[in-house]
Design a protein around this ligand. Structure first.
Ligand code: PMP
Length: 355
């Protein structure tokens, strides 16, 4: 190695799910929404004033911040927006996890957390989930430099009741607690009401899953005005213009149509629950996912071989070669038709293996 290489910040990057180029595949590997964004988004796109693109966007993302504040019934100074919740979470790590003490997050969770911690040189510890993949709140009752976990968790889909979430917050009044609610719209109770009681809590959300807008890259955080102020200071010291003009306009549209939003959510929840039952009847252990994906392990066929067989047949799901979960597949809930094809392929493979 050349000596100049010693001073380079080297990282092991996060590996996102594949985005294959072929159009004839069934893509169930990155928890995207199978339905289009709200119809108003298309209309706003068609009517967009391209003169906007000539100018820098509003560095405070005011229209989108205001729309989200109105939607969630909080003050605009309690909302921070970013380029997907990944951007928001990366800013949160940089802003709030600035201690020599280790931050805490579960051993099985979103695999970006340890990457950001490594990137920013934040020490961390990973308390083990119990055998049913639930958080043991007592593990978070110790000195730390911050706490983060998703609810529902990824990739398990397991949801923790609000009293568990509050127990963790209560025992961490000296730290910032971040609750990543990327999947909360698919069936859990949000921790948002707890913001009235606790000033040290941040909740992050995304447009990528329940709002069908992964390609627009919009995420946000809600917290006390004090915490959001600190987050804005760091963001304005890093990149003023994170949100482009198009995402500001289309993001506002994306939260307007609540009827369409609820209709697509309900379709996904119905499909999730019926596919869960079918998978169980085929010999899978499937967690009680409250997200837009299922987490499933078969009693005879390994996850690794099933992953490869499905991919060969043009169906992409997610496989994590990691301790405790290497025999599970994470399967995004697609349309009913896509899931029927998935189930047919799985049945065929199991039958072929049993012959
Ligand atoms: N949090 C969790 C738990 C996720 O699974 C994801 C999706 N990869 C994200 C955050 C980030 O999503 P996005 O950046 O698209 O908002």
């Amino acid at each position: 190695m050349n000596s100049w290489e010693d001073n380079i910040r080297k990282v092991v990057p996060y590996i996102p799910g594949e985005q294959p180029k072929q159009s004839d595949i069934i893509k169930l590997n990155t928890n995207e929404n199978p339905y289009p964004p709200a119809p108003g988004v298309r209309k706003a796109m068609e009517n967009m004033d391209l003169n906007l693109f000539r100018l820098y966007p509003d560095s405070n993302a005011t229209p989108l911040v205001n729309a989200l504040a109105a939607y969630h019934k909080v003050n605009p100074d309690q909302v921070f927006v970013g380029v997907g919740s990944d951007d928001v979470l990366a800013m949160c790590f940089l802003t709030f996890f600035n201690s020599q003490k280790p931050i805490l997050f579960p051993d099985i969770t979103y695999s970006f957390y340890d990457v950001w911690a490594d990137l920013y040189r934040i020490p961390y510890e990973r308390p083990q989930l119990d055998i049913n993949f639930h958080i043991r709140p007592e593990d978070y009752d110790r000195e730390n430099g911050g706490v983060i976990f998703p609810n529902p968790n990824a990739p398990t889909g397991i949801y923790e009741a609000l009293d568990v979430v509050e127990d963790i917050i209560e025992h961490n009044s000296d730290s910032i607690v971040i609750i990543d609610e990327a999947y909360i719209d698919f069936g859990g109770e949000s921790a948002l009401p707890l913001l009235n009681k606790y000033e040290n809590v941040i909740i992050t959300r995304t447009f990528s899953k329940s709002r069908s807008m992964a390609g627009m890259r919009i995420g946000y955080a809600i917290g006390s005005s004090k915490l959001i102020g600190y987050l804005n200071d760091v963001k304005q010291s890093y990149n003023s213009y994170t949100m482009n003009q198009a995402s500001l306009v289309l993001g506002v549209e994306g939260v307007k149509d609540d009827a369409y939003f609820k209709e697509t959510l309900n379709k996904i929840i119905d499909t999730r629950d019926s596919v869960k039952a079918e998978l169980r009847s085929l010999g899978f252990t499937v967690t009680e996912s409250r997200a837009n994906f299922l987490f499933a392990s078969h009693n005879t066929v390994t996850a690794k071989e099933l992953f490869a067989a499905l991919k060969e047949g043009g169906i992409y799901v997610r496989y994590f070669d990691k301790p405790r979960i290497h025999n599970y597949l994470r399967i995004t809930v697609g349309t009913k038709e896509e899931m029927d094809q998935l189930l047919d392929s799985i049945k065929n493979y199991i039958n072929y293996k049993n012959d």
